[in-house]
Design a protein around this ligand. Sequence first.
Ligand SMILES: O=C(O)C(=O)C[C@H](O)[C@H](O)COP(=O)(O)O
Length: 212
Amino acid sequence: MGARSAALDALFERTCIVPVLVVESLDDAEPLARALVDAGLPVLEVTLRTPVALQAIERMRRVPGAIVGAGTVLDARDLDAVARAGAAFAISPGATPALLRAGNGHVMPLLPGIATASDLMVARELGYRRFKFFPAESSGGVAALRSLAGPFGDVRFCPTGGIDAAKAPAYLALPNVFAVGGSWMVPANSVRMRDWAAIHALARNAAALRRA
Ligand SMILES: O=C(O)C(=O)C[C@H](O)[C@H](O)COP(=O)(O)O
């Protein structure tokens, strides 16, 4: 197994649920990370969708127990930026050859996004064996991952996109799924209200989910 796959497998040994976070206000970064880590979800994906995302990664990293990665990494520039911010890993919704090559030049592991067999094969040629499957629900969901297991026996996935507490168990039951990503435990409204208790409760339920 390659070093990147081993590093990702080691990270996701600790959890099989990845909260996908959109941090609008820097003041939310620390209490949000604390609520999730305390509830049993230590691995966090901070999307680069807001202007404060890089600073949020830096702040969340200081929360004891938090393992903070970056999402929405679209190109080599984003990859360098999140590495500088101290992200433990990077996730992209899709993949380009340039991003995949840049990922090969980083110690920080990149989890590229794929939605089809052809996407996967391009990244596989460059050494990738762990992928985000995005957007999971609209790209065929559980049935698609079951089909991909045939030709790609050495590949494992983190499906994300449209998954919630009710849908997650069917994904986690698949042998080629190492984790499930999603925002269901972090409702935008709860963040706006700074209702960390509500997020903690949803995160606790998510943390009780297990791989098969
Ligand atoms: O911003 C990114 O990098 C993304 O790839 C998208 C997110 O992973 C999904 O939007 C999360 O999906 P939901 O759980 O349906 O909210």
